[in-house]
Design a protein around this ligand. Structure first.
Ligand SMILES: [Zn+2]
Length: 696
């Protein structure tokens, strides 16, 4: 690994800093992503302190990728504690109509009333948040935590686009201080993409959307959260200061909506048990069509004065109850365990099941996650198992059924020690749950690569799907991606393939021909290099402009690209160091698959073009990543640390050491308003007369 060091830095300092960064990054990943801490707090802290000291003594080794540059503190103290002014409650549960009737009767008896209007809301399977607004401006966001105390996740919540940073409407209608509560979630439709990207980057997949929403919200680096498509529904008013409280919950929801807060449209009023049950039945019907998971319906007494009278029993409010849907689970027989080999060589076990209906869908296969999970839960072929399905998520095998009876010859499942496709011994590194085939010529990996290469998001070759990707290599003359561009010479052989008539073969060849005009970023992404997603493919394309340019890129050149870190840079250099891969690129070029990126440099006439910015502190109207994107879109550079080459430091609230450094280095510091005028109206901020220069 190389750093932008000057030659006076002792080699051992560079090496030690690199080592510490790797250790800390790895520990962070284990802690945050996999929930499996490796270093204890003291060990972590010791390494961080040592790295901070090294970087302080040798500023030239500082790098934007260093864990010292992340927002936040050590994991154990990553987020400040927040005491909720009004506790965030849990709700009691009921599971059927009788249970609900009993709850409603208790509430009415308590109030000595005949009936009380209610509001029904979908119970969204996400994370509860409390967001404080002061004079209409978002001040703080806290997780529910244990209900009494949560974590301050303001910086991360700022990145969620559906959360207003400033409330809309007449200032007189907005209480001076108030707290809005709601649920953060990751849409089901985005969940699959997120997991694909994680697999791309060699990270373990999230188990479900809820788990990914929680992981995303608790990122120490808010620019990371900003990349996650989180969304939020507001469902209640917490506390209010200096204004009249609305008279009912439904009025509060209307007000929140008026202020620009997103509320759930399904929400409905009900006056009787029958109306509530009809609403619950409807929720069950629409459940599968929603883009978020729900696990029931919450029923609240609408009047806030009645809510106050009802109060609490223990920790549960008497005025609200959750009607939980039965879990979408079913039991069936695990007929066989199979292992798939993915494009990056990851071995993924899956269960072949006796088909069974779960939540309205027939399920014949389900994921078993990984080798360790199978061992831990002792899943065996022939077992009676519980399977589960939530929303659009891949069905999973949860556990061995309590009713399972094993025959005497039942054996624990033996995970293959060799790749099921090429027989190469598999590798499981200590820090990964994933078992891999590391053979670069593994046929199964090649099939997956071909499928990926041809997929809609990559080269978009119609007619080259999963089945054809498996059939082509078997013909014996397709052993590299480049070979598909020679297929037109082999039309007769293709016609021999199962189910491939004249039309299909023609369409396939036409699709392959058309893919030659796919732009360079698509082709770079299609190559399936670990860590290169569609976004980094864009950056590489803009910088190097052609396949051969990328092929010969040096690590220094790669590291100079914003967004490309040392891990990806190393992976790329390693990839192009392999003779086979260099050959592939040469073959593609020779075959005329050689798109050139001639996108003009962005808006060369904008004054920000070529100018170097550092953005620090908290901005009011946008996240730091948004600011950085805007700079880049205008041709400017957004870097992570202040140096003599920095032209402007954009300083938001609570700007810390970067502001000090900018002042020391006499870098022009501008505020958010000046920055926006610069970006949007091309107004270059003028520099105030500095006393130093006046003296000089
Ligand atoms: Zn293999």
């Amino acid at each position: 690994m190389q750093f932008d060091t000057d030659s006076s830095t002792p080699d051992d300092v560079v090496a030690r800093a690199a080592e510490l960064r790797d250790e800390i990054n790895r520990a962070n990943r284990l802690y945050y992503v996999e929930d499996a801490p490796e270093l204890d707090d003291a060990e972590w802290d010791g390494r961080m302190q040592e790295l901070l000291a090294l970087e302080a003594a040798h500023p030239e080794i500082q790098s934007p990728d260093s864990p010292t540059q992340r927002v936040g503190a050590p994991p154990s103290a990553g987020f400040d504690e927040v005491v909720h002014p009004i506790p965030m409650l849990s709700l009691g549960n009921v599971f059927d109509e009788d249970g609900f009737r009993a709850w409603y009767k208790r509430a009415l008896d308590f109030l000595e009333l005949e009936s009380a209007p209610m509001v029904c809301e979908l119970k969204i399977d996400g994370l509860a948040l409390a967001i404080t607004y002061r004079n209409g401006v978002m001040e703080r966001a806290a997780t529910r935590g244990d209900g009494e105390r949560g974590e301050d996740v303001t910086a991360n919540v700022r990145t969620i686009r559906s959360v207003p940073l400033k409330l809309e409407g007449n200032a007189n209608d907005i209480p001076p201080v108030m707290e809005l509560r709601g649920e953060v979630f990751l849409p089901n439709s985005k969940f699959a993409t997120l997991n694909e990207e994680r697999e791309e980057a060699g990270l373990p997949a999230y188990v479900n959307p809820r788990n990914s929403a929680s992981g995303s919200l608790r990122q120490l680096d808010s620019t990371e959260t900003a990349k996650r498509p989180l969304d939020m529904f507001f469902y209640a008013l917490g506390y209010i200061e200096g204004a009249q409280e609305p008279s009912s919950h439904s009025e509060a929801l209307e007000a929140i909506k008026g202020w620009g807060g997103r509320t759930n449209e399904w929400t409905r009023k009900a006056n009787t048990v029958e109306e509530v049950m009809a609403a619950i039945a409807n929720a069950g019907e629409v459940r599968d069509s929603l883009d978020y998971g729900i696990d029931g319906v919450v029923i609240k007494i609408d009047s806030l004065s009645l809510q106050r009278r009802l109060g609490f029993v223990g920790r549960d409010p008497r005025w609200a109850i959750a009607y939980k849907f039965p879990a979408e689970q079913a039991e069936t027989t695990l007929k066989a365990i199979h292992v798939n080999v993915g494009r990056t060589g990851a071995l993924t076990p899956w269960a072949e099941l006796d088909p069974v209906v779960v939540g309205g869908v027939t399920v014949g296969r389900a994921t078993l996650h990984n080798k360790d999970e199978i061992a831990r839960k002792d899943f065996r072929e022939g077992d009676r198992v519980v399977i589960q399905r939530a929303g659009d998520v891949i069905p999973q095998v949860v556990e061995v059924s309590a009713k399972n009876k094993r025959s005497d010859d039942s054996q624990p499942y033996a995970f293959p020690d060799n790749c099921p496709s090429c027989e190469t011994p598999t590798v499981q590194t200590e820090d990964e749950a994933v078992t891999r085939c590391v053979n670069t010529t593994c046929p199964a990996q090649f099939e997956r690569l071909l499928e990926h290469f041809a997929s809609r998001v990559a080269m978009d070759i119609e007619g080259l799907g999963e089945r054809v990707s498996q059939d082509l290599p078997r013909l014996g003359f397709v052993s590299s991606i480049a070979d598909i561009y020679r297929l037109h010479e082999r039309k007769d052989d293709l016609l021999e393939l199962d189910k491939m008539g004249e039309t299909r073969v023609d369409n396939l060849l036409k699709g392959i021909e058309a893919s030659r005009s796919q732009p360079l970023p698509k082709l770079l992404f299609a190559l399936g290099i670990t860590g290169i997603g569609s976004e980094s493919a864009e950056w590489l394309s803009r910088r190097f402009r052609s396949l051969s340019g990328v092929k010969d890129a040096t690590e220094e050149e790669l590291l100079a690209i914003d967004g490309i870190g040392p891990v990806v840079a190393t992976t790329l250099v390693d990839y192009f160091a392999i003779e086979q891969n260099r050959q592939l690129i040469d073959d593609l070029i020779e075959l005329g698959v050689n798109p050139i990126d001639d996108t003009p440099e962005p808006s060369a006439d904008h004054p920000a073009n070529g100018v170097t910015f550092v953005v620090t502190g908290r901005l009011e109207t946008m996240s730091r990543s948004e600011a950085q994107n805007r700079i880049k879109s205008l041709g400017g550079k957004a870097t992570g640390s202040v140096t003599g080459k920095t032209n402007f430091l954009v300083a938001g609230a609570e700007a810390g050491s970067k502001l000090d450094k900018a002042n020391r280095l006499n870098v022009h510091v501008i505020n958010e308003t000046e920055f926006i005028a610069f970006m949007e109206e091309s107004v270059v901020p003028s520099r105030p007369e500095s006393p130093d220069s006046a003296d000089a």
